[in-house]
Design a protein around this ligand. Structure first.
Ligand SMILES: [Zn+2]
Ligand SMILES: [Zn+2]
Length: 263
């Protein structure tokens, strides 16, 4: 499916319904579909990095957040310029702009997607009593704001820009392959396994090398006779969680406690 074309068609249908002064809820439905198409279009650029399971995530907000785990710039607009490099490794001084890509941002999806969904439901009894349901005028105002955004996105002279500078490892915790796009200027970023959420600090070194360090927290075994320092992943060090000491096997519980300062 050509999602970008589908998005353009949904946008055109939305504009026609608005022009014909029909029920604005149908406009909301078309714009919601355009949002979904644009995020699925973006996700198709990441098919190598995402498992099939993750690609089936349908909510645009969740899917785009997932893409941003792999590439923190997945929802950023960008420009492409070309120029003749005078010195190896240094950007050309004289650059000609080829075009800019306007991408749908996560903040825009957060702001509008659920709201569009709410327009498709009958107002609840509470909304009617408190006069909180969206009026047709309100829906039209929001839809016009969204149309402006979608027109900018869909009229970008360049789109689906996909330059990749990436690195991968097998997750130390669950053995899944983690692929992370490394921003060109970044020295250090955090990467999360999309299967088990284990976090890693990824550092760009010289000679195109990348170092992955698991982010773990040191927690001392509470058994008096042991005191071994265990290392826990971020999600494991939550209140009320427990872990088995890797040396003495004691079950340690992470609890709140009160202590008295020594004078
Ligand atoms: Zn993992
Ligand atoms: Zn122990």
């Amino acid at each position: 499916m050509n999602y970008r074309n589908e998005a353009t068609q949904a946008l055109e249908r939305a504009k026609t319904i608005l022009k014909e002064d029909k029920n604005p809820r149908y406009v909301a439905l078309e714009l919601r579909m355009a949002f979904e198409c644009l995020v699925y279009d973006r996700a198709s650029l990441f098919s190598e990095e995402l498992s099939n399971k993750k690609l089936s995530t349908w909510q645009p907000k969740k899917l785009l957040s997932l893409l941003m785990e792999i590439d923190p710039d997945a929802d950023k607009s960008c420009s492409i310029s070309v120029g003749l490099q005078e010195e190896l490794g240094k950007p050309a001084n004289d650059l000609s702009l080829l075009g800019s890509e306007r991408v749908l941002g996560l903040s825009e999806i957060k702001k509008y997607y659920d709201r569009l969904g709410s327009y498709l439901h009958t107002p609840t009894i509470e909304q009617v009593i408190e006069k909180k349901g969206a009026t047709p005028e309100k829906i039209i105002t929001r839809c016009n704001e969204i149309i402006t955004i979608l027109e900018a996105v869909l009229s970008s002279p360049v789109f689906n820009v996909n330059f990749r500078n990436w690195s991968s490892i097998l997750c130390e915790r669950c053995n899944a392959k983690i692929v992370r796009r490394i921003p060109f200027e970044a020295k250090r970023i955090t990467a999360k396994c999309i299967e088990c959420s284990a976090s890693y600090q990824v550092t760009s070194l010289d000679n195109n090398k990348v170092e992955w360090m698991p982010i773990k927290y040191k927690i001392k075994c509470a058994k008096n006779t042991c005191g071994h320092i265990n290392k826990l992943w971020e999600e494991e060090k939550e209140l009320n969680n427990s872990f088995l000491c890797s040396i003495c096997g004691s079950e340690n519980n992470l609890v709140l406690c009160v202590s008295v300062k020594n004078h």
